[in-house]
Design a protein around this ligand. Structure first.
Ligand code: HEM
Length: 421
């Protein structure tokens, strides 16, 4: 889609440099001339929002690390030192902690957008799978970051989740010992989590480069789910159209983000994490951060420990098979009446699991978790059959047709005079 660049720099120095390292041509073909479907809605701005949030997390994290001490005797106090003594330290910490939550808000919207509009279907399978890898890396990063303040939830969350690995037959105990760096969660655990928490965001950045590369090879999907056929009629250049729209969305998202930082900085956190870690006192409810709750509910829904671990990891792994599970020839959910209903049921199921993950694992909550876990997997397993039996609505032949069907007007050619269809 981006294709080889035809960009020629204006200055002689620019041409000299470009003939040796064509980086300006790459930027030009990828972010300026790149043909963008003209019918993208605001759900397509979340990739830019995610890129912004990744940058924000890396910058705030690097500065926090300058003041943080990864040792069990000092970690909790060093975080309090950041909050009270370091200039703007409270802001850095709240921005980083709430930033993690906002990052997950954005990634869930981004993923559900992909699911609804069938963005995982050919030829975007690799792009989608790279996204699933990013999601796994994000979860690992967030989990290890939460351990660093060394509060009660940090410690007990780490204990519960790392202990899960011991359920794996034969090698489970060795894996758990390796994760802990000893025989329980202690200083070596904190050290290795700090080291990995610093490393993983850069790995995420690397996979994001592949993700965007794959995107630029196949081009963006769009709400109509049909490919660009005529660049003049179906697409607009990335700059200024997408750059301005993305920038506007980033600003709006940042306002919401700032509202959390400045008005309710602890709303998404757990009050127990303001108590220093104590291996001798178990909190009455051990709950992970909100973005892990649906998976936590799946884990606890299964009576056996190994079964729970398999179901939890399976609930993420199944995403990678989506391109082959969905057999429908029609890509966008907008033209798939049955899929559309199932999609919204699936959204409700995920929210329900999130709610149940925060509740105690007893009585009716466990039964409800089991039912919703079953529905979660049924959604994916029903996709091949729906693809075969569903009667879809007529799909517009081109993106321009989809725009016209909505507006009833004419399609303005990018950079050219208006043309009657
Ligand atoms: C750090 C996290 C991520 C970043 C920075 C990122 C970045 C982007 C960007 C910039 C785009 C193009 C703009 C857009 O469509 O919004 C995009 C598209 C896409 N992303 Fe991501 N992404 C991330 C995570 C994910 C995850 C977790 C998944 C799925 C599991 C995913 C799946 C997709 C798909 C399928 C597209 C193509 C959408 C389309 O053209 O319809 N991404 N991503």
């Amino acid at each position: 889609m981006s294709g080889p660049s035809t960009y020629v720099p204006k200055s002689a120095l620019g041409r000299w440099f470009e003939s040796r390292l064509p980086v300006m041509g790459l930027v030009h073909s990828s972010f300026i001339a790149y043909p963008t479907p003209r019918n993208l809605n605001y759900f397509w701005t979340f990739g830019a929002i995610l890129s912004f949030m990744l940058g924000a997390q890396i910058v705030t994290g690097i500065v926090l690390a300058m003041h943080y001490t990864p040792h069990t005797a000092f970690a909790f106090a060093s975080v309090e030192h950041i909050m009270r003594d370091v200039n703007w330290g409270w802001f850095l910490r709240y921005a980083h902690a709430n930033g993690a939550s906002m990052f997950f808000v954005a990634v869930y919207i981004h993923m559900f957008r992909g699911l609804y509009y069938g963005s995982y279907k050919a030829p975007r399978e690799v792009l989608w799978i790279l996204g699933v890898i990013i999601f796994l890396l994000m979860m690992a990063t967030a989990f290890m970051g939460y351990v660093l303040p060394w509060g009660q939830m940090s410690f007990w969350g780490a204990k519960v989740i790392t202990s899960l690995f011991s359920a794996i037959p034969f090698v489970g105990d060795s894996i758990t010992t390796l994760l802990w760096g000893g025989f329980t969660v202690d200083n070596p655990t904190l050290n290795r989590f700090f080291s990995l928490h610093y490393l993983l965001p850069f790995m995420i950045a690397g996979v994001v480069v592949l993700h965007v590369w794959a995107l630029h090879v196949v081009g963006q999907n769009n709400p109509a789910g049909v490919e660009i056929k005529n660049v003049q009629r179906d697409a607009v250049p990335f700059t200024p159209y997408a750059t301005i729209k993305d920038s506007f969305a980033v600003v709006v998202f940042t306002i919401v983000f700032c509202w959390f930082i400045f008005y309710v900085p602890n709303y998404l956190g757990h009050s127990d994490n303001y108590i220093e870690a104590n291996p001798l006192v178990t909190p009455s409810h051990i709950v992970p951060e909100w973005y892990f709750l649906p998976f936590y509910a799946i884990l606890r829904a299964i009576p056996s420990k190994l079964g729970g671990v398999l179901a939890m990891f399976g609930s993420i792994a199944i995403l990678a098979f989506l391109p082959w599970l969905d057999t429908s020839k029609v890509r966008s959910g907008a033209f798939r009446p049955v899929f559309k209903v199932l999609f919204w049921v699936f959204v409700v199921v995920c929210c329900g699991l999130g709610y149940l993950g925060a509740m105690p694992a007893e009585g009716g909550y466990v039964i409800a978790s089991r039912i919703l876990t079953l529905l979660y997997f049924l959604f994916f397993l029903s996709l091949p059959f729906i693809g075969w039996f569903e009667t879809t609505k007529p799909v517009p032949a081109t993106i321009a047709d989809a725009v016209l069907a909505k507006s009833g007007g004419s399609v303005a050619l990018a950079g050219a005079a208006h043309e009657k269809p």
